[in-house]
Design a protein around this ligand. Structure first.
Ligand SMILES: *[C@@H]1O[C@H](CO)[C@@H](O)[C@H](O)[C@H]1NC(C)=O
Ligand SMILES: *[C@@H]1O[C@H](CO)[C@@H](O)[C@H](O)[C@H]1NC(C)=O
Ligand SMILES: *[C@@H]1O[C@H](CO)[C@@H](O)[C@H](O)[C@H]1NC(C)=O
Ligand SMILES: *[C@@H]1O[C@H](CO)[C@@H](O)[C@H](O)[C@H]1NC(C)=O
Ligand SMILES: [Zn+2]
Length: 476
């Protein structure tokens, strides 16, 4: 094994006598989560690595079981702990009572010394390799796909088959969207709604089929967004996949009620600066990339920037949950708000789904406070369980239904749940609003291998179909 792992072993041996549990996960087959890949990144010339992978050496993803130890939980959730031990939070599960962290060996040792009875397990031991494996096998999909596009005579079907085999960078996504628009000019239109800090365009895909009996502005609109958090790639691929499936439905069944009675707005990459950064520099980046008051710190958490019960985060500007100094400071949230204002008359938004990862959860409002009861809670729950059921019937995967405030631990630290697009959209725009956290539950976390793009796409397509049906049957 590699040097980093040996260091980890030394660290663990040094503290092992304090550990109240066995460590088979470290010493036996160390990582069941990393797929068997024929290539290890270290065997390749670093010049062909997609990004600098050595930044993840000596780093691990672990899951800490806090059990009933609320003090430990609270400590870990506080920004001060993140600073002290220099970790980043990945996920947390209230049912499992676990928190997943990315941390280096040295800080892990410090943490074990501080919390001697802490139970934990390593989820990802070879982080560089796990990161490496999420990029497409061919270093330039764009070139490859241009060729494929030519060879296939610009046929969207064969091209898409290739497209959904891997995660795709912005350039490839744009090229696919252009082909989609030119293939279906009557029902698909692409709109650029604003420019980010790095002058990238935020693109909205409109999908609306003709209906002689119902005017465009009389139809209910469904909004689906992905890529708010840059590293959550599966949310981007799933938005694109669901969109593509709906268009396939249109091809085979153009008079389907869901299509003729609803409009769709998709924003596959609402954080293009952050997304691009995960392809060029740091796969595990979360925020956008705009300047903060601290010179060397970049990025605001877009999902903490919306102006509904906004409170400034206790996180510092370098932290991953930094809210900015004022609401709507993030370019992306402001652009979206402005777009909604300007197109208010055109779009009667009935449903909003914001895709994230990971945890397999269906979150309903509110996020900012657990005491605040949402309107129509019973129906909101009914729809959420219907979505969960549709997902389960597809491939058997369980998604938990819970209020967003619980997932965000807003009852511990109120600022953790404030300023979400979920609350904002639910309160101001959409009668039915959810945040869906896609697969998995922690084995791969944000580094879900690309072979899951289609299965996850299929289960979420089933969920969206159910969502549409429910909204159509709701006569509000
Ligand atoms: C890659 O990252 C490592 C660790 O962060 C750094 O020491 C190294 O200089 C970087 N390599 C290149 C080529 O930028
Ligand atoms: C903390 O971690 C980040 C990235 O993981 C690294 O760039 C930085 O140097 C670390 N800081 C300290 C004080 O160890
Ligand atoms: C991709 O194509 C561009 C221009 O068409 C070229 O400059 C670049 O070297 C190509 N990249 C690869 C990896 O083939
Ligand atoms: C959108 O409209 C609301 C309510 O009228 C207003 O407070 C807000 O400033 C507007 N947003 C933008 C970006 O113009
Ligand atoms: Zn997210």
């Amino acid at each position: 094994m590699r040097a980093a792992f040996i260091l980890l072993l030394l660290v663990l041996q040094a503290v092992a006598f304090q550990l109240p549990f066995q460590l088979p996960d470290f010493f036996g087959k160390t990582d069941t989560n990393i797929e068997q890949s024929s290539i290890h990144y270290s065997e390749l010339d670093p010049s062909v690595h997609p990004i600098n992978l050595s930044q993840y050496q000596n780093k691990y993803v672990i899951t800490i079981k806090y059990g009933g130890d609320d003090d430990l939980k609270k400590t870990l959730l506080r920004p001060s702990a993140q600073k002290e031990f220099n970790f980043t939070k990945w996920g947390r599960s209230n049912t499992q009572q676990t928190i997943d962290l990315q941390i280096d060996a040295e800080n892990m040792k410090k943490m074990i010394e501080r919390f001697p009875s802490m139970e934990f397990q390593v989820l990802i031991e070879d982080l560089s390799q796990a990161v490496f494996e999420t990029y497409p096998a061919h270093e330039s999909f764009y070139n490859q796909s241009l060729k494929a596009k030519e060879e296939m005579g610009g046929d969207i079907h064969s091209y898409s088959e290739l497209f959904f085999k891997e995660y795709r960078d912005l350039k490839a996504i744009d090229s696919w969207l252009d082909l989609l628009q030119s293939t279906y000019p009557d029902v698909i239109s692409l709109e650029e709604i604003g420019e980010t800090f790095e002058h990238k365009k935020i693109k909205v895909v409109h999908f609306a089929t003709p209906n002689d009996d119902l005017k465009h502005d009389e139809k209910k609109t469904i909004v689906i967004t992905g890529g708010v958090h840059a590293r959550e790639w599966i949310s981007v691929s799933t938005t694109l996949y669901v969109m593509y499936q709906l268009i396939q439905l249109y091809e085979t069944n153009p008079t389907s009620k869901a299509l003729t009675n609803l409009n769709f707005l998709f924003i596959p990459v609402i954080n293009p600066d952050g997304y691009e950064y995960t392809w060029t520099t740091d796969r595990l980046w979360r925020k956008n990339r705009q300047q903060t008051p601290v010179p060397h710190c970049f990025g605001i958490d877009i999902d903490h920037s919306y102006d509904y019960h906004w409170t400034k985060s206790s996180d510092w500007a370098c932290g991953e949950e930094y809210s900015g100094e004022v609401p709507f400071e993030a370019f992306e949230s402001r652009i979206w708000d402005q777009y909604l204002n300007e197109t208010n008359a055109e779009h009667k938004i009935a449903g909003y789904i914001d895709l994230h990862s990971y945890s397999q959860e269906i979150l309903y409002p509110y996020a900012y406070l657990c005491n605040q009861q949402p309107r129509d809670e019973e129906n909101l729950l009914e729809l959420a369980y219907g979505i969960a059921r549709s997902i389960r019937l597809q491939l058997g995967h369980t998604y938990q239904v819970l209020p967003a405030c619980i997932d965000k631990d807003a009852d511990y630290l109120p600022d953790l749940g404030s300023g979400t697009s979920l609350d904002f959209m639910y309160h101001n725009r959409a009668y039915w609003a959810y945040q869906l956290k896609l697969r998995d539950t922690g084995g791969h976390g944000f580094l879900l291998p690309s072979k899951y793009i289609e299965p996850v796409g299929d289960e979420i397509y089933a969920a969206i179909k159910y969502f549409c049906k429910f909204i159509l049957s709701d006569d509000r």
